[in-house]
Ligand binder design. Structure first.
Ligand SMILES: [Fe+2]
Length: 274
């Protein structure tokens, strides 16, 4: 089975990169077809409005090129056009879809299974010179973290991060002793956040990932770990675990001006024996 890894398509933000007549769902379908991808792991942030993200998943299902597993990113929880504020309902809309691995790990065979969850940030990768309250405010003089305007869990981020971690561990129990491919949106490994000290990211690293999730790699037989969110592209092998961050990211960071070429640069693939 050939598995593809991508995240952070941000089809709305990157719309200006399209030529007349191009659409991201069609480009992605072509990419999956041309690379003979059996299963795409899409690690969040299709767009900044959950309606658009759901519609995109519908379009990909219609193209029917590869199977897709998807976990929403922080931007997918936004309702930037309609101003809906019930984030838990929006999360449920994603979990109700066939593409959701939450509570429903994807069993490839007796050896390997995929566990996926958006995850949420726990502030753990930031400098300890700031207080929890300063992180909860999501705003400093240097600027704000916009989830404060568009994501409404009605619970502290650290509580949400822990609930998501608990769900990951519950789902890992469901796959028995299989080796695990883990997919989250948030970063789970310190090599994928910004090195500190850093004038800006001493603070903003708080919102990039969940340091508490790093313990998963010691506790469970995770062999591949997929994440997104940080808008750079990087792979890492550590202690026999292959980590991937394959963000298409914001167009201003692209190497080219062509959406298909940039998608093909971003895609990572690996093989699992069926
Ligand atoms: Fe993103």
């Amino acid at each position: 089975m050939k598995i593809g890894v991508l995240s952070d398509l941000h089809i709305d933000m990157n719309e200006k990169k399209l030529e007349i007549g191009q659409k991201y769902d069609r480009l992605l379908a072509d990419l999956l077809y041309n690379n003979e991808i059996d299963l795409l792991l899409l690690a969040g942030d299709i767009s900044s409005d959950y309606h658009d993200s759901l519609k995109f998943l519908d379009q990909m299902a219609e193209h029917d090129v590869s199977e897709i597993l998807f976990v929403p990113g922080n931007h997918d929880f936004w309702s930037i056009r309609n101003g809906e504020t019930n984030t838990k309902e929006i999360y449920k809309a994603f979990q109700d879809r066939e593409e959701s691995p939450v509570r429903n790990p994807f069993i490839i065979n007796d050896q390997t299974a995929i566990v996926g969850n958006p995850g949420w940030y726990d502030y753990g990768f930031a400098s300890d010179k700031y207080s929890t309250v300063e992180f909860e405010n999501k705003k400093l003089k240097v600027g704000g973290w916009n989830d404060r305007l568009f994501v409404h869990w009605n619970e502290p981020d650290q509580v949400v991060a822990q609930q998501m971690l608990d769900q990951i561990e519950n789902d890992i129990q469901l796959v028995g002793d299989r080796e695990i491919i883990l997919m989250t949106h948030v970063v789970t490994h310190p090599q994928f956040v910004v090195p500190l000290p850093n004038r800006i990211y001493d603070y903003y690293n708080a919102f990039l990932g969940a340091k508490s999730y790093y313990s998963l790699y010691e506790k469970y037989p995770i062999k591949h770990s997929i994440m997104g969110h940080v808008h750079f592209r990087k792979t890492l092998i550590e202690n026999g675990i292959q980590y991937y961050c394959s963000c298409l990211g914001n167009g201003k960071h692209w190497y080219t001006n062509d959406a298909y070429t940039e998608l093909s640069y971003t895609l990572e693939t690996f093989l699992i024996n069926e």
